[in-house]
Design a protein. Structure first.
Ligand code: ADP
Length: 624
């Protein structure tokens, strides 16, 4: 018989997993039990529509058998089973999501923790087994097949004998070594502990034989075997929250939502009232690899009194909270609702509203009580909250505005808008912000200098959505947002302003000549907001330089243009030099203007349109 090879990516995953120090090997049992439970589900669902399945629901079970002598563990189920093709397809290759993940992993050279992003499933059994045999008979088929593999050199499938429909998985444990002991998995206590910890809520009985030696009155001993059920079969969300440990919640989360990193927060609620429901919500601690792609599907599992009716009910979550994982179980939702009707369902809408409130208040609590966790959360999903504000043109701002964090000029740490307001200087009536590629670059911007000097706090916007978000917010607690690079933002007193206006008026003709030398610029003027820098750029109107850069990099077609103002530090020696040139050498004034404008662009982190012209101008000047 020829051996088939695992697909390249499964092989790699296998190696990675088996050798990963990160992975907790106990989970193999959870994975196999949960596959068995899924297989029983499938047969059960079939029995609802297919009359040829006449099964007694009470007979469904998962059985574990331990054999110390042969060092094997067996997991048996009476679920739907697998055909020859299914054995080949399901156990020979890894789920599709796995392969695309590998691509990404190779590109980014990510660490092995990424395994945690999807169900490692069946393969995890190779962490404890040197050989696995899967004997299966599919429902509706007369033939049974045996799949065998050592996880390393491929696998074989051959015809075999099995009376009943279902699957029987035999793990032949790895040999013990000096450092690793696999015999622990042959102890029924140990297995019972693992089942309780990870699979307690599984809705079919997980049984194991218990052997008892009985002695009768005449001193004859006999061996009696009874079947013991290891799991309580109560869904975790139906238990009271003080009955469930954090570890159990986390185990449930990682099993059902394929994330091996524990959630930042678990929220278990029982709501009674206008609408009654139980919910179990998880805030993940990191974004799934496909979160910010079109492939990502939001939604909560929807149960009607313990029966799953929809795996991803999108209507239960607003887009800006799409990262939430979890489930809702309500008796008020009818089992027979179709998808279309569901969307209109009043009960569902009420539940969604109540869930949204709960998520919001939970996030606020984390923000209040555990800043470190909140920042971790915000690193993963802050972008989604900001996007939620600007994509709705500010409609959701009341829900989201207090959940935002922005970097600030004070220690370059993140602050909420509320914190910013409480730090405002007396008489300050605006929330100042500056945009740029990085905190350090913003910190060095000429426009920011004066604000920091006068001890105004400035928000540093480094994400490309930040400025759009702020524009959609428009104001916070009555304070408008103001870009420090906006032409009309000034810290001058009325007297200072008047003096500056006068100087600008006097130099009007010189400025219009300078403007002629610059095609891109709307106007040129003096400023007294600069300290050491000779020049800076500002903009008039709603489009800032950052927005111009971002919007023009988007494939929307239409080009936007900011109205650029070249501002000259009137206290810098260059101001006198320009005046001098205006009187004596107008041609040279044009060259100086071009150089100064390009310098300002460089300081702002913008590109220079014509570098050759600029270097020639500077060289000419140097040669004089
Ligand atoms: P996942 O369960 O995440 O899909 P696995 O690697 O654990 O990934 O399993 C792959 C597939 O093999 C399952 O989706 C299922 O179709 C099939 N399978 C595994 N175990 C069983 C079983 N006990 N009975 C029937 N089918 C099974």
């Amino acid at each position: 018989m020829t051996k088939k090879q695992f697909r390249a990516e499964s092989k790699k995953l296998l190696d990675l997993m088996i050798n990963s120090v990160y992975t907790n090997r106990d989970i193999f049992l959870r994975e196999l039990v949960s596959n068995a439970s899924d297989a029983i589900d499938k047969l059960y669902y079939k029995s609802l529509t297919d009359e040829s399945v006449n099964l007694d629901k009470d007979e469904f079970k998962i059985k574990i058998e331990l054999d110390k002598e042969n060092r094997t563990i067996k997991i048996l189920d009476n679920g739907i089973g697998m055909t020859e093709e299914e054995l080949d397809e399901n156990l020979g290759v890894i789920a599709k999501s796995g392969s695309s993940l590998f691509k990404e992993m190779n590109e980014k050279n990510k660490d092995v923790n990424i395994i945690g992003q999807f169900g490692v499933g069946f393969y995890s059994a190779f962490m404890v087994a040197k050989e696995i045999q899967v004997l299966s008979k599919s429902f509706g088929n007369d033939e049974a097949y045996l799949w065998v593999s050592d996880g390393d050199s491929g696998y074989t499938i051959k015809k075999a004998d099995k009376d009943t429909v279902g699957t029987e998985i035999t793990l032949i444990l790895k040999d013990n070594t000096d450092t690793e002991n696999y015999d622990e998995y042959l102890e029924s206590r140990r297995i019972e502990g693992i089942v309780k910890k990870y699979s307690d809520y599984v809705k079919y009985p997980i049984v194991m034989d218990e052997v008892e030696t009985k002695t009768d009155d005449e001193d004859n001993s006999s061996i009696e075997t009874t079947e013991k059920t290891l799991n309580s079969m109560i869904p975790i969300w139906k238990k009271s929250s003080d009955e469930v440990t954090e570890e159990e919640y986390n185990a449930y989360y990682s099993d059902k939502f394929y994330d091996y990193e524990k959630p930042i927060k678990t929220v278990h609620s029982k709501i009674e009232g206008q609408v009654s429901y139980n919910s179990l919500l998880f805030i993940p601690s990191h974004a799934p690899y496909d979160y910010y792609t079109k492939e990502f599907e939001k939604g909560l599992q929807l149960y009607s009194n313990g029966v799953l009716i929809m795996d991803k009910c999108a209507d239960l979550l607003p887009d800006y909270f799409s990262f939430i994982k979890g489930l809702v179980d309500s008796e008020d939702i009818s089992l027979n609702l179709s998808r279309e009707v569901l969307q209109q369902d009043r009960q569902l809408k009420l539940i969604a509203k109540s869930i949204e409130k709960k998520i919001k208040s939970t996030l606020e609590e984390i923000l209040e009580d555990n800043r470190e966790d909140y920042e971790k959360f915000f690193d993963a999903f802050g972008m989604q909250l900001k996007y939620g504000i600007y994509s709705s043109y500010g409609m959701n701002k009341d829900t989201l505005k207090d959940l935002l964090l922005f970097y600030s000029s004070k220690d370059k740490k993140r602050v909420t808008l509320k914190e910013y307001i409480s730090n405002m200087k007396e008489g300050q009536d605006k929330i100042y912000y500056a945009c740029g590629e990085s905190l350090d670059k913003i910190d060095m911007l000429p426009n920011v200098e004066r604000f920091k000097d006068k001890e105004y706090e400035v928000l540093y916007l480094v994400d490309y959505v930040d400025e759009f978000t702020i524009q959609a917010l428009m104001e916070y607690e009555g304070k408008k947002f103001a870009n420090v690079a906006s032409e009309d933002v000034s810290l001058d007193s009325p007297e200072e302003k008047e003096a500056l206006d006068k100087k600008n008026e006097e130099a009007k003709d010189m400025f219009s000549l300078m403007k002629e030398a610059l095609a891109d610029v709307k106007s040129v003027k003096y400023t007294n907001k600069l300290k050491n820098h000779p020049v800076c750029l500002s903009t008039e109107g709603a489009i800032s330089l950052e927005m111009q850069k971002i919007m023009n990099s988007m494939p929307t077609g239409e080009e936007v243009k900011a109205d650029i103002v070249l501002e000259i530090n009137e206290n810098h020696p260059i101001a006198d030099k320009l005046k001098n040139l205006y009187e004596n050498d107008k041609e040279m004034l044009a060259d100086y203007t071009k150089i100064l404008y390009n310098q300002a662009r460089l300081i702002e982190g913008l590109s220079v349109e014509n570098p050759t012209e600029l270097t020639n101008l500077i060289c000419d000047l140097m040669s004089k």
